[in-house]
Structures are given as structure tokens and as C-alpha cells.
Design a protein around this ligand. Structure first.
Ligand SMILES: NC(=O)C1=CN([C@@H]2O[C@H](COP(=O)(O)OP(=O)(O)OC[C@H]3O[C@@H](n4cnc5c(N)ncnc54)[C@H](O)[C@@H]3O)[C@@H](O)[C@H]2O)C=CC1
Ligand SMILES: O=C(O)C(=O)COP(=O)(O)O
Length: 398
């Protein structure tokens, strides 16, 4: 039987994850790398895990970022595997890039830079060319303009707040806004009743929703025409939230002034009215560190103590340790699971010292501290109960 208290957890790293986070995985307890086999956990950013075989050894997937559309969450839920993310850890980075995007569009920064790059430095009338040329790039100011924010989560709220501070008029829409998010918003943010209302009323519209079935093509052929002809659409959310063909048609018909996005899909490349960045929203040192530290700490708590925080498919669960012998069980949220689990424990001679059970949707999670060591046989009996998805034994390290 392996000594579970001293075993090292193999952690597979699938993207560039900040060393500030990775360094929190001690060499005594973790084996971290791009080539580890039989991983206990996967650390990932945007790598697409759909269609990838995720080994049966995996106990957790950690997204060092916000969006989890690259991860097969329902399949992981069915296996009792939590998918962690880092809510808010990169929100400021995205907010700042949204401000860049608005300013780039309003002040014609990309063509202006292009104009300057093409100037002949040896020309005797360089100054005159600059002064003559600049009128082509005259823009407008953000102050006084209306910004529509669709999705008032971690990023949308920061964008709304920054825009208010810049003197903009902000209109927000989020049918599922959380109480915390609502409290964090400046009182000046006006509430819209629909996406269409935002599109109609705003000079700038910025999207900060996750890519899910309900947000696929949120801005599309049928509603993009509601935007002002001098309007600017910003998409730092996900490519699929906007129909690129609808955008290109609207730009071509002069029914939209600019499309600013973080997703340079082929059809957008080279278009003079498209400002496309290479998915740079979260690519700051600070955001990368924040995300990595957050998910790594959540992972350690999960692997070593069984605690769960910020999993998108599990409830938050924690329980102070009062015994060295802890069992963590993920199971379907159906009747009589706890009864069967405690019966199996009693049959194995285990006395329950303390326990906590929480559920979220179809998933339930139980931490049980017992008074004596747990045998592999007892764990196998619990694992065999129909509806139990994963059982882990987490004894305290000697
Ligand atoms: N470009 C980049 O590098 C980055 C992009 N993102 C993207 O931004 C998304 C949002 O990130 P966060 O603000 O951190 O997430 P969040 O979960 O804090 O906020 C998302 C908000 O969207 C709202 N929402 C969902 N469906 C909606 C709908 N149909 N209409 C209006 N609101 C709706 C939710 O209620 C929630 O308040 C991520 O899911 C990800 O796709 C996030 C970070 C970096
Ligand atoms: O956090 C997110 O949702 C992002 O889109 C950031 O992606 P990245 O970690 O930079 O690959």
C-alpha cells in the first residue's frame, strides 16, 4: 500500500504558468512539469482540453485564469473532478486593455502609428508632413460618451468603474449579476433591461460574459444593426460571443465604426476597422502571477486537505482538521448517499469524528475525519457505493 501521507503529487503543466505560482508546489510533495505521467492534477490556461484524453489519475483541473470553455467541465463533473479557476485574478489586466481598445479606436492610434512608421526621417519637410498628416487622425474623447457593459462580473464591474472615473456614462446589463458585483458598482452605472437596449444606446459596447450556449453569437446578424453607425464594439470575452461575419458586414456597410477584439480570427486580419490583439487580455506579469498563485493554493488545499474553493462545478467546502485521518468523497447529489457512506464506514470499524457535506447542483462533496487509519479495503467499499464518483484518503503528513 502506498504511503499516502508522504506521496508526491504529479502535476502536469500545459501552458506557461507563472513561476510565482509553481514555486508554491514544494519538491517534497509535488512533481511538476510538462511531461509528468499519471498526473494527479492539470494546470492549464487556454490549452483546449476538449477531445484530449484526461488520464483517470487526474483529481483536479486548474485553470489559471477565468474562462473554462476550453475544459470539458460536464465530463469532469461526472468523474467527480473539480475544475478550479481564478475569479478576478486577471480582471484588472483585462480592464486596462479594454481602456486601451476604446482609446485606440477613438483616437485612431493604429493608423496614426502606421503613418508615422512610414515617414521618411531624412526628409527635410518631416515636420510639415506630420502637421499635414495629423488631421486624418483627429478623434473624439471618451468623457461624455456612453459605454454599454454586457456582463457585470469581475471584469465588467472594473470596466464600468474605470469608465465612470473617466467621465463616461455607463449602462450595464447582466441578468444574473451577483449581490457582491452589484455592491461593487458605482451608483452612477445605469441598469439596462436587455442586450438590445445596450446596443441601441451606446457609443461603445464591451462584452464580458463567459462563452456558454446562451452567449454564443450574443452579438449577431439580427442585432448588430441596432448599434450606432459610429459605434465601437469591443470583445475581450471570447471569439464565439460575436458573429465575425455580422461584424464584417456591418463594418462594410458603414453601420459600425470599429471592432476591437482579443481574438484575431482569419476573416478579421488586415481589416482597417478591426483592431485585433493576440489574446493579450490576461498577459501581464501581475495577472499571470495572481492567477497562478490563486489556483495553485486552491489545488494544494484540495490535494492535501480536501478543501474546495473556486471550483466551477463543486460547492465551496472546508473543515478544520481535528484528526489525522481524513476522507474526501465526491458523489452525486441524490438521496441516502450519506447514509450509505456512514454505514460503509461503520462496517469498516471507523468512528466519524467530524464531517461536512455540501451540494451544488448535481454534485455533492463530503469531508469526513475519522479517529483511526483507513484501510484500502474500506476506501474500496465506499468507492463501490453507486453514486460515489471519487474517494480520496488524505492523512496528515508525518
Ligand atoms: N481576453 C482575455 O484574456 C480574457 C478573457 N476573459 C473572458 O471574460 C469572461 C468574463 O470574465 P470575468 O468577468 O472574470 O467572469 P465573471 O464570471 O466574473 O463574470 C461574467 C459575468 O457574465 C454574466 N453573464 C452571463 N451570461 C450573461 C448574459 N447572457 N448576458 C449578460 N451577462 C451575462 C454573469 O452573470 C457574470 O456576472 C471569461 O469567461 C472569459 O471568457 C477573462 C479573462 C481574460
Ligand atoms: O482567463 C481567461 O479567461 C483568459 O482568456 C486568459 O487566457 P490566458 O490565460 O492568457 O490564455
Amino acid at each position: 500500500m502506498p504511503d499516502r501521507a508522504t506521496q508526491r503529487f504529479p502535476v502536469l503543466v500545459m501552458n506557461q504558468i507563472s513561476a510565482s505560482g509553481l514555486s508554491r508546489l514544494s519538491a517534497e510533495r509535488y512533481q511538476v512539469g510538462k511531461d509528468v505521467t499519471d498526473p494527479a492534477a492539470v494546470l492549464v490556461r487556454s490549452a483546449d482540453l476538449h477531445g484530449v484524453t484526461i488520464p483517470a489519475t487526474v483529481q483536479a483541473i486548474c485553470r489559471a485564469g477565468a474562462g473554462v470553455n476550453n475544459i470539458p467541465v460536464p465530463a469532469m463533473t461526472a468523474r467527480g473532478v473539480p475544475v478550479f479557476n481564478a475569479p478576478g485574478a486577471n480582471a484588472n489586466a483585462v480592464k486596462e486593455l479594454v481602456l486601451v481598445g476604446m482609446l485606440m479606436a477613438a483616437r485612431h492610434i493604429a493608423p496614426a502609428l502606421d503613418f508615422v512608421a512610414k515617414l521618411d526621417g531624412a526628409s527635410p519637410d518631416l515636420d510639415k508632413k506630420v502637421e499635414d498628416g495629423k488631421k486624418a487622425f483627429a478623434g473624439f474623447e471618451l468623457a461624455g460618451q456612453t459605454l454599454g457593459v454586457i456582463g457585470l462580473g469581475k471584469i465588467g464591474c472594473l470596466v464600468a468603474d474605470a469608465a465612470i472615473k473617466l467621465g463616461m456614462d455607463v449602462l450595464g446589463f447582466d441578468p444574473e449579476i451577483t449581490v457582491d458585483a452589484a455592491w461593487s458598482l458605482p451608483s452612477q452605472v445605469r441598469r439596462a433591461g436587455s442586450v438590445n437596449e445596450v446596443l441601441r444606446a451606446s457609443r461603445f459596447v464591451t462584452l464580458h460574459v463567459p462563452l456558454v450556449a446562451a452567449t454564443k453569437g450574443l452579438v449577431n446578424e439580427s442585432n448588430i444593426g441596432l448599434m450606432r453607425a459610429d459605434g465601437v464594439l469591443l470583445n475581450f470575452s471570447r471569439e464565439g460571443v460575436v458573429s465575425n461575419s455580422a461584424v464584417l458586414d456591418a463594418l462594410g456597410a458603414k453601420e459600425l465604426a470599429h471592432y476591437v477584439c482579443d481574438f484575431p480570427e482569419a476573416s478579421l486580419l488586415g481589416h482597417p476597422k478591426v483592431i485585433a490583439l493576440p489574446h493579450l487580455g490576461a498577459s501581464t506579469r501581475e495577472a499571470e502571477e495572481n492567477c497562478a498563485v490563486m489556483v495553485v493554493d486552491q489545488l494544494r488545499e484540495y490535494l492535501e486537505q480536501g478543501h474546495i474553493s473556486n471550483a466551477v462545478n463543486f460547492p465551496n467546502v472546508s473543515m478544520a482538521r481535528e484528526s489525522a485521518y481524513r476522507i474526501a468523497i465526491a458523489n452525486s447529489n441524490v438521496p441516502n448517499m450519506l447514509g450509505q457512506i456512514s454505514t460503509a464506514m461503520a462496517a469498516a470499524g471507523l468512528n466519524i469524528h467530524n464531517m461536512v457535506n455540501k451540494s451544488r447542483g448535481e454534485m455533492a462533496y463530503t469531508l469526513v475525519d475519522v479517529d483511526s487509519p483507513v484501510t484500502e479495503d474500506a476506501l474500496a467499499h465506499i468507492a463501490a457505493i453507486p453514486g460515489v464518483l471519487k474517494v480520496r484518503y488524505l492523512p496528515v503528513q508525518a
